[in-house]
Design a binder for this molecule. Structure first.
Ligand code: ATP
Length: 938
C-alpha cells in the first residue's frame, strides 16, 4: 500500500529544513545539497543501495530546479505577507498568510516558497543573515489567504547552531499574529514529490528485483499467452517481423519488456498493436484449440474431435459450468485463493461500442467456449492498462491515434476501447476522452458548478468518486508519468495489469517508477536511448548518470531489448548514416520508402537527399545571452530556402521545410531573419526550432545548422570541444527528422573534433555530397544550380588526414568508453575527450573560444518541445540584465497589508480598511527573478 502522505511529509521535512541562501552559495561554488554523490551503476546489489544512490540525486535535481527557477526568471516577485493565524500539526507549523488581492494567484498548491523577514530583492548584504525559511504552499483559502507549511523543528534544521537559532527565531516570528513577511515563489514540486514517493515505494513493484539486477525472468510455460489467430493474421499484414517480435515479447509473462524504436520505425504503431495484443491475448492452449477450429472451418475438413464437440451449441449447463470455471467470482466461488481481490476487479467493464459500427468487442464470440484468461489473471475479459509518456504531446499522439484508428479485436476487426485521458494540458483533439469531460457528461449540466468550486464539498466529493469509478472501469487509461502519481490514482480499487511507457528513454528513473508503484504486473518500456534523454538541470546529477533512463540502464546492463529495425520515414540516403553510426547498421529501409521520398528537387544534388555545406562562419554570443549563434550559417540557410521555394513553389505553399539548430540563440536569429526577409506570413511556413523541440516530428526537408566554429583558446590546457552538439543523441535526432532531404550546414574543422561528426563528414565526402560555399552565398548557390560552378568539393589531403586522425581517436575513445564498467560517462568527461580529439586533429585557431566545454551552460539550452516557451525564454534572456524598476505606487508597505488583512483601518493614508484596496506590485516575473538571483549571488 502506497503511503503517499507519509512520503510527502518525509520529503517536506528534508526540503523545508534547507537553508536557502546557504544552498545558493554552495551551488554558486559548484557544489550542491550533498558533498558527494554516488554514480548510477548498471545494476544494484539491493533495494537499499538503489535508494541510497537515487534519493540524493533526486534531491540534487530538486535543488537545481529551485535555483534555476530564480536564475532563469521563472519565479515571481516577492509579495508582502502578513501572518493571520497559525497552528501546529505534527512536526509542522501551518501558517495562514494574507497577501494582497490577486497575489495568491501566483502561487499554486505544492509550490515551494521562500519566506523572509526582509525583501529578498533588497540590495543589501543583510538578507542572508536575516530570518528566512522555506515553506510549502498547501492550499488557497479565498482570494487573499494562503496556507503554508513550515518545518521549524530545531533538531531538524541543517546549518549547526546557526540553523537551530534561525529555526527558533522563525518559529517565534511566524507564530506572531500580524507579523509582516516577504513571500517568494520558487517553483512547483509536484513532480519531484511524486518521484520521491515512487522511490520510497519502489519495493512494492512486483518485479523490482529485475529492475535492480537487470536480470530477465519469464513466467512458467503454463502461463504463456498467445495472440488469437484472427488478430495475428491481421497484424502480420500490418506489421513487419521486428514489430511482430516486439508484440510477442511479453506473452511469455516476462514482467519487463524493452522495445527500442529508432526514428520512424513505427513505435506508435507498435504501441497501438501492443494494446490490442494485451487486451486480447489468451492462454496458448486456448489459442491452439481455436486455431485448429478456425483452420478446420476454413478448409471444410473435420474439426478436431475436441473441437467438434465445442462447435456444437453447448448446453446451458455446460455453458454455466465453463463460465463458472472462468469467472468464479460471479458464481460465489469462494474456494481459497479464488476470490481474494476486490470484486470490482473481476467485473466485466462496460465497453461502449459505437452505434451501428458493426464493431463488436463482447469477447463472447468465438471465445465463448474457451473464455480466455487475460493478462490480468483474475480479470474479466479485458486487462486494465495504463499508458504513460513523459510529455503531454507524446501521450496525446497515442491517444489521437487510438481515437482515429481504434484497436484490433481478436478477429482482426477494429474496435473502440474504453479510453480515458487523465491530466491537465491535454490536446484539444482528445477532449472527448478527457477525464473531466467524461465526468461532466455523466454528472450532467446541473452538477457542473461543483467543478469550478462553486458546488460545495458534496459536489467535489461526488466528482472525485466519479473520477475514480471512471478510471476503474476504463480499459485504457492514459496519463503523463508525473500525473500517474496524482492522488486519484492511489484511490483506484482496480490495479493496472500492464503499464506501457512511451518515450521511456526520455524519463529519469524515478519518474518511470511512478506508474509502476501502483502495482502493475508487467511493464513495457518503449523508447530509444539513442535519442534525447531526460532533461536534468543539476549538472552534478548529470555527471553521476541521473539523466540515464531506466531503459538505458537496463539495456547497458545487458537486458534483452526488442529492436524495431525497419524505418519508414527517411530516404535511404538519409537513413544510411544514422543506421551505421548509431544502430550498428541494423536500421533497414521499409519497402517503398525510397519511392515515396524521392522528389523532383533531388535532380539538384545540392538539395539532397543528403548534402553537407561546409561554411567558415564564426559563432558568437548575443549580448547578455548564454546561447550561441552563427550569422553566416543563418545567411546560408536563407539562401538555400529561397532557392528551393523559387525552383519548387510547391514547397512554398505547404509547411514542408524545417530548420533545426541545437542553439536557442541561433533559432531566434533564424526566425528573426526569416521574418525580416520573407515577411511574417511566408516565414510562418518554415518550421524553425531546436533539436529538442523537434524530437518525434518530421518534415520533408530539414536544414540543420550546427553553429559551432573552431576554437582558439585552450581551456585548462585543452582545446574546448563542441559542447552538446557532440551529444550523439542530439546528432541522431537532428539528422533523422527529414523525410526527403537533409542539408547539414556546419564548419567541418570545428565539428570533426567529435567522432560522430567526423564520421558524418567522412560519409559526405565518400558519397560526394560535400559542398563548400563561397560568399556571397546567394551568387554561389545560383551558379551551382545553374551548373556554371561545381559546388561539390574534394577535401585536401591535409584535411583528410586530420579527419582520419579524429575518427581513429574517436573510435578509440568510444571503445574505452564502452569498456568502462559502472558509471556512465559524464558530459564533462565528454567535453574533455572532445577537447583532446580537437588537438589531435590540429584545428587552426580562427574563432574566439567561449569556454563552453559541454556541460553546465549547455544543459540549460534544452528548451523542451514547446515552441512558445522557446520564444518566451529568449525574450526573458534579453530582459535579464535590465535594472529593476520598482513602481513606487505598487510598493505597498507591510503595514498597509496588515491593515488590509486584519480589516482594520491602520493605514493613515485613508486607503486601507478593505482588502480590495491594496494594490498589487507591477514588476514582471523575470525582473523579480533576476533581482532575486543577483541578490542571492551577492
Ligand atoms: N509495418 C509498417 N509498414 C508500413 N509503414 C509503417 C509500418 N510501421 C510504421 N509505418 C509507418 O512509418 C511511419 C512512422 O510510424 P510511427 O509514427 O509509428 O513511428 P515512430 O517510431 O513513432 O516515429 P518517431 O520516430 O517519430 O517516434 C508512419 O507513417 C507509419 O505509418
Amino acid at each position: 500500500m502506497v503511503d503517499a502522505v507519509g512520503s510527502q511529509q518525509q520529503l517536506h521535512k528534508i526540503l523545508l529544513g534547507w537553508d536557502y541562501f546557504d544552498l545558493w552559495r554552495r551551488c554558486e561554488d559548484g557544489g550542491g545539497v550533498f558533498e558527494d554523490l554516488k554514480g548510477v551503476p548498471k545494476t544494484f546489489s539491493s533495494f537499499k543501495e538503489y535508494q541510497s544512490v537515487m534519493e540524493p540525486l533526486l534531491l540534487e535535481e530538486c535543488c537545481a530546479q529551485i535555483m534555476r527557477g530564480v536564475e532563469e526568471g521563472e519565479v515571481m516577485s516577492p509579495h508582502p505577507a502578513v501572518v493571520a493565524s497559525h497552528e501546529h500539526r505534527e512536526d509542522f507549523l501551518i501558517v495562514r498568510l494574507v497577501l494582497q488581492t490577486g497575489a495568491t494567484e501566483v502561487y499554486t498548491d505544492n509550490d515551494l516558497v521562500l519566506i523572509c523577514k526582509e525583501n529578498p530583492e533588497a540590495e543589501t548584504q543583510t538578507v542572508n543573515a536575516s530570518l528566512h525559511a522555506l515553506g510549502f504552499c498547501e492550499a488557497h483559502e479565498g482570494q487573499q489567504v494562503l496556507r503554508a507549511k513550515f518545518y521549524l523543528v530545531p533538531s531538524g534544521q541543517a546549518g549547526g547552531a546557526r540553523g537551530v537559532q534561525r529555526a527558533k527565531a522563525m518559529s517565534a516570528g511566524l507564530c506572531t499574529p500580524s507579523s509582516c513577511w516577504w513571500l517568494l515563489r520558487l517553483g512547483n514540486i509536484s513532480t519531484i514529490t511524486r518521484e520521491w514517493t515512487a522511490l520510497q515505494h519502489a519495493h512494492l513493484v512486483p518485479f523490482m528485483d529485475i529492475l535492480i539486477s537487470a536480470r530477465s525472468r519469464a513466467a512458467p510455460a503454463s502461463k504463456h499467452l498467445d495472440i488469437p489467430p484472427g488478430m495475428r493474421e491481421a497484424m502480420e499484414r500490418d506489421c513487419n517481423p521486428s514489430q511482430m517480435s516486439a508484440l510477442q515479447a511479453g506473452l511469455d509473462g516476462t514482467p519487463v519488456v524493452l522495445i527500442q524504436g529508432p526514428p520512424g520505425t513505427g513505435k506508435t504503431r507498435t504501441i497501438l498493436n501492443l494494446l490490442s495484443v494485451i487486451m486480447n491475448s489468451a492462454h496458448k492452449t486456448s489459442i491452439a484449440f481455436m486455431s485448429s477450429v478456425v483452420a478446420a472451418g476454413r478448409e471444410g475438413s473435420e474439426p478436431p474431435a475436441s473441437g467438434l464437440a465445442a462447435l456444437l451449441p453447448p448446453s446451458l449447463e455446460d455453458r454455466e459450468r465453463l463460465h463458472a470455471a472462468q469467472c468464479p467470482w460471479l458464481y460465489g466461488d469462494l474456494r481459497p485463493g479464488r476470490n481474494t481481490g476486490n470484486c470490482r476487479d473481476e467485473v466485466t467493464p462496460y465497453d461502449p461500442v459505437p452505434q451501428g459500427s458493426g464493431v463488436h468487442d463482447d469477447c463472447f464470440g468465438l471465445l465463448r467456449r474457451v473464455a480466455p484468461h487475460r493478462l490480468g489473471r483474475n480479470m474479466g475479459p479485458k486487462a486494465h492498462v495504463l499508458v504513460c509518456a513523459p510529455s503531454n504531446s507524446a501521450l496525446d499522439e497515442i491517444v489521437m491515434r487510438i481515437l482515429r484508428s481504434g484497436l484490433m479485436d481478436k478477429d482482426g476487426a477494429n474496435f473502440a476501447p474504453s479510453l480515458v485521458r487523465v491530466g491537465v494540458r491535454s490536446h484539444h483533439s482528445v477532449a472527448a476522452v478527457s477525464l473531466d469531460n467524461i465526468v461532466d457528461s455523466r454528472l450532467g449540466a446541473g452538477e457542473k458548478g461543483a467543478k469550478t468550486g462553486g458546488g460545495g464539498s458534496a459536489g467535489a466529493a461526488e466528482r472525485d468518486r466519479m473520477r475514480v469509478a471512471i478510471l476503474d472501469e476504463a480499459n485504457i487509461v492514459c496519463s503523463t508519468l508525473s500525473f500517474a502519481g496524482s492522488s486519484v490514482f492511489y484511490r483506484l480499487s482496480r490495479k493496472f495489469d500492464v503499464v506501457v511507457i512511451d518515450e521511456a528513454a526520455q524519463a529519469v528513473e524515478p519518474s518511470t517508477l511512478v506508474p509502476m508503484v501502483m502495482g502493475c504486473k508487467q511493464v513495457y518500456l518503449v523508447g530509444d536511448p539513442v535519442q534525447l534523454p531526460a532533461t536534468v538541470i543539476a549538472t552534478r546529477a548529470v555527471e553521476k548518470g541521473y539523466d540515464c533512463s531506466l531503459f538505458k540502464r537496463l539495456q547497458t546492463a545487458g537486458y534483452p531489448v526488442k529492436i524495431l529495425d525497419t524505418q519508414y520515414r527517411m530516404h535511404p540516403e538519409i537513413s544510411a548514416f544514422p543506421s551505421q553510426e548509431f544502430y550498428e547498421g541494423r536500421l533497414l529501409n521499409g519497402e517503398g520508402v525510397e519511392d515515396e521520398t524521392t522528389q523532383p528537387w533531388h535532380s539538384q544534388p545540392a538539395f539532397g537527399p543528403f548534402a553537407f555545406f561546409d561554411i567558415a562562419g564564426k559563432e558568437s554570443t548575443p549580448p547578455g545571452g548564454a546561447s550561441i549563434m552563427n550569422k553566416a550559417e543563418v545567411h546560408m540557410v536563407l539562401v538555400i530556402y529561397r532557392e528551393l521555394v523559387h525552383a519548387y513553389p510547391q514547397l512554398r505553399r505547404s509547411a514542408s521545410v524545417a530548420v533545426i539548430s541545437p542553439y536557442k540563440a541561433q533559432v531566434k536569429l533564424l526566425r528573426d531573419t526569416f521574418r525580416t526577409a520573407l515577411g511574417e506570413e511566408a516565414a510562418r511556413l518554415v518550421d524553425i526550432n531546436t533539436i529538442d523541440g523537434f524530437q518525434g516530428r518530421e518534415k520533408d526537408i530539414c536544414i540543420f545548422s550546427a553553429v559551432r566554429s573552431p576554437a582558439v583558446a585552450k581551456k585548462n590546457g585543452r582545446r574546448p570541444g563542441i559542447g552538446f552538439v557532440a551529444d550523439e543523441r542530439r546528432i541522431n535526432v537532428g539528422i533523422t527528422r527529414a523525410r526527403c532531404s537533409l542539408i547539414v550546414i556546419g564548419n567541418i574543422r570545428a565539428l570533426q573534433v567529435d567522432g560522430h561528426w567526423a564520421n558524418l563528414i567522412h560519409s559526405a565526402i565518400t558519397r560526394r555530397c560535400l559542398y563548400r560555399p563561397k560568399p556571397p552565398y546567394a551568387n554561389w548557390m545560383a551558379d551551382v544550380l545553374a551548373g556554371t560552378v561545381v559546388g561539390r568539393v574534394e577535401p585536401t589531403a591535409q584535411e583528410l588526414s586530420a579527419l582520419e586522425k579524429s575518427r581513429a581517436r574517436a573510435a578509440r575513445i568510444a571503445a574505452e568508453r564502452g569498456a568502462k564498467a559502472g558509471e556512465y560517462a559524464a558530459l564533462d568527461a565528454m567535453g574533455e575527450l572532445e577537447g583532446q580529439a580537437g588537438e589531435m586533429a590540429g584545428n587552426p585557431a580562427t574563432a574566439a573560444a567561449d569556454g563552453s566545454g559541454g556541460s553546465g551552460r549547455e544543459v540549460l539550452e534544452n528548451p523542451g518541445a514547446d515552441e512558445g516557451a522557446v520564444w518566451a525564454e529568449e525574450e526573458d534572456e534579453d530582459e535579464e540584465d535590465k535594472p529593476v524598476q520598482l513602481d513606487a505606487a505598487a510598493a505597498i508597505t507591510a503595514d498597509q497589508l496588515a491593515a488590509a488583512a486584519m480589516g482594520a483601518g491602520a493605514d493613515d493614508s485613508g486607503s486601507g480598511g478593505g482588502t480590495a484596496a491594496v494594490p498589487a506590485p507591477k514588476r514582471t516575473a523575470q525582473e523579480g527573478g533576476a533581482a532575486a538571483g543577483k541578490r542571492a549571488r551577492a
